[in-house]
Design a protein around this ligand. Sequence first.
Ligand code: AMP
Ligand code: MG
Length: 331
Amino acid sequence: MSASSTQLLNVARRAGERASEICRAVLSGTPMSLEKGDKSPVTLADYGCQAVILREIAAAFPEHHIVAEEGSLHLKESAGEEGAQHIVELVSENLGEKVSFDQVCGWIDHQGNEGAEFTWSIDPIDGTKGFLRREQYAVAIGILKNGVPYAGVLVCPNLPVDLNQPDGPRGVLYVAAKGEGTTRVPLDGGKEISVTTNATDLNACRVLGSVESAHGDPNLVVAMMEHAGMKGGFVRYDSQVKYGILADGNAEVYVRPRSRPDYRENIWDHVAGVIVAEEAGGKVTDIDGKPLDFTLGNKLVENRGVLATASVEIHEAAVAGIRTAEAAVEA
Ligand code: AMP
Ligand code: MG
């Protein structure tokens, strides 16, 4: 029998809460950054989070497929004896039981069955650069049902519970499932509320983008804002917290133009965020207005960047603004 959204979300939430404990434990000291082949940073927290998340999923749904960002090979090659011992301690402490390095690596590499009805798309720490700067990052647990975003939990351990009060408590969890809306829960306990977004006023549009200029094309974003008449400001955050902020109604547009023509987005950078934004009433496509196609493997090979907005009206204006901005560059 197919898993219900409640069963899926219970597991995703438990996994996300465990992962956020790992993140906070690592940030209570000095996180060590290990460089990957593509020069992007990774930390023991990325591996620790992936281990505890995949362990939960594998125990509950052994037949489900999992696509996750990290693999144990790089950990084995780069962590050294000290790193291996450190991650074993981190995961053992988190689970409250003694585990081995081989067990940790086994969980990190668990993939389940390709072709299963459900595919979990996991970014154990999205925005590792933001994590290392002690700014914004997210634990992204997205679930595809037959290749379509179906449910997700987006954990934002360092996001202010009230964005207008940055000195107040931090840590927010977004939970969404198809047809059931999006709820937001303070990570450390508190009232669960459902969030919606339906703004249509272009003039007031606040636009979100990446902190890392190399992850997009900030000049194009600014040109789009000018052409579309969006005057609410361009605010930059790391990671999928951008989808959460949009779902909350604290911004109206998240645009992610391609950083270069051959770049293709990873599915784990979007599945959880997309369902959170869509179920709050938002619309998500690529920057041409084309639906995102998650059925083609680990990457969105047939899409150009990503565009998430608060409403159909704003979406159309953003797509038109991008088209005009690109035409002006080419002219
Ligand atoms: P953000 O914090 O929104 O910039 O997104 C972080 C994600 O950007 C990482 O998880 C990477 O998978 C992804 N990323 C890495 N390099 C690029 C690139 N050149 N263009 C777009 N995204 C990238
Ligand atoms: Mg990521």
